[in-house]
Each structure stands twice: as C-alpha cells, then as structure tokens.
Design a protein around this ligand. Structure first.
Ligand code: OAD
Length: 243
C-alpha cells in the first residue's frame, strides 16, 4: 500500500488529530453497517424506520427486540485491526480525539480513551419516561422491560432520528474539529448531520482532511486525500508508516 509522501510527512508533524468514525469501521468486526440491507426477520424493516421515537411509540416491543438483537451481535463481536490502529494513533499523537457515530462501544473495548460517542451506546439503557439509567433488566417475550423507578418502558440510550445529540459531546466534537490539524473521516457515508458536518468544518478551518472509505461519499471530492478500501486494512499500515 503506497501513501503519498506529502501525506505521511504532514501526519508525522501533526499534534492535534481527530478521527470521525462510522459503521464501516465495525464492518470487519462482522457488524452490519447502517445502510446495508438487513437479513432474516428484520429484512422487511429499514433501520431508519426502527431508530425513531415514533417507531418506539407505535411498537415498543419491535424496536426493543431489534436493539436486543444488535446488543447480542455486539457482545459476540471483537474489535478489528482498524479499531486497534486508532488506539495506537491515540498513543502517539499529542492531542487525539475520536468521535464516533457507532453505538457498539468497540472503540473503548479496543482501548481508545478519548472517545466521544455522539449517538450513545446501545449497551446502556434508560427509562423512556423519567430518563433514569437502568443497570439491569429482565428480557421477556411479553413486553418491554420497565423502569424500576417509575414503571415507564425502558429503551436503549442511543440517539434516534429526530432526537438531539448530547450537547456536551457535540460541543466537544465541534471544538475538536475546529482546532485540529488533521481530520480523518473513516467508514462513514456522511449522510447524517450534525456528524457529517464536522469534516466540512475542519476543512473550512484549514485542517488536512483524509477520508478512508470503501466507497466514495459526498466528502470525497473535497477531502485532501481519499484512501479507498477497508479501514481494517488501511489504518494499520498507515499508522505503521507514520509512527
Ligand atoms: P452507513 O451505513 O451510512 O455508512 C457506512 C459507510 O462505511 C459507507 O460509506 C461504506 O462505504 C463504508 N464502509 C463499509 N465497509 C467499510 C470498511 N470495511 N472500511 C471502510 N469503510 C467501509 O453508516 P454511518 O455513516 O455510520 O445514526 O451512519 C451514520 C449514522 O446514520 C449512524 O450513526 C446512524 C445512522 O442512521 C443514528 O442512528 C442516529
């Protein structure tokens, strides 16, 4: 794999680096990306139609079961070489921020520390009424588990379409994007805002933007470098070439 010498020399000198990741980074851990077709029982639904407050109001059990299935897939999955390469990057860069749209928690499991989980984490569950976090719950075929405090239905602590992101995480992500020297956009289709705007903000502020993706996206034409391929193959080689 050949990288441009200009890219390598810029990366070697960079002190503030941001990586924004999306579902593509977990694809090589065997987790389906958001916009891949679903299979089996779930083939008739689009994720965009399940990850909404309206879907939960209409059919809470359906949405709960979809997340229970995803939680189980994540439990069985392992971080892949792309996740581990980002752990290495964090160790070597003066100020490194990992912003992820993934709710699978694999970056932290791999060992990344400074991680902003913009869309939450599906291993965490909270009450849909009072917001109290639930540490434990019993699965049942009959319905959705209920909150121990108020009896409300439990839901995954993730951001659904139409909901606001955690303001703290978003502000930290915006600040990191505004001030970084290098911004990596990795394995994300760049279709969902505000995460998708971060790369453009970094570009506007003069950062070098490097995209790693299996396919081109709306960012590709604007990025300084587009490294096409799998993040689990490209990232380890890139990290080794630089540091
Ligand atoms: P998507 O499923 O939209 O996009 C995955 C991207 O990863 C695509 O651009 C693929 O080309 C790329 N890709 C697939 N395999 C790859 C690999 N091995 N290496 C590198 N790239 C690969 O997922 P996201 O962009 O993460 O939001 O989606 C963003 C948000 O939209 C999600 O967080 C979710 C979704 O709706 C909410 O749930 C709020």
């Amino acid at each position: 794999m050949d990288f441009s010498p200009a890219l390598l020399s810029f990366l070697r000198k960079a002190r503030r680096v941001v990586a924004l990741t999306g579902a593509g980074v977990s694809q090589e851990s065997g987790l389906r990306t958001f916009r891949d077709a679903q299979t089996g029982l779930w083939a008739q639904y689009r994720p965009e139609d399940l990850a909404t407050p309206e879907a939960f109001r209409r059919n809470p059990k359906l949405v709960w079961d979809w997340y229970a299935m995803r939680r189980e897939m994540v439990r069985l999955a392992e971080p892949n070489p792309g996740h581990f390469a980002l752990v290495e990057m964090e160790k070597r860069v003066f100020e490194f921020t990992l912003i992820t749209q993934n709710v699978d928690g694999l970056h932290r499991r791999a060992g990344s520390v400074n991680v902003l989980e913009l869309h939450g984490n599906l291993q965490q569950v909270k009450c849909s009424v009072c917001g109290e976090a639930a540490a434990a719950w019993e699965e049942s075929d009959l319905g959705v588990p209920q909150c121990a405090c108020c009896g409300g239905l439990l839901r995954p602590d993730v951001v659904w379409f139409g909901e606001s992101l955690s303001q703290d995480a978003l502000q930290a992500a915006l600040q990191a994007a505004r001030t970084c020297e290098v911004f990596f956009s990795i394995g994300t289709s760049g279709l969902v805002k505000p995460a998708a705007s971060l790369a453009f903000l970094a570009l506007e502020r003069g950062a070098l933007v490097v995209e790693i993706n299996a396919e081109s996206t709306p960012l590709t034409g604007k990025a300084d470098f587009f490294l096409q391929g799998k993040s689990g193959e490209i990232l380890p080689v890139l990290v080794k070439a630089i540091w």
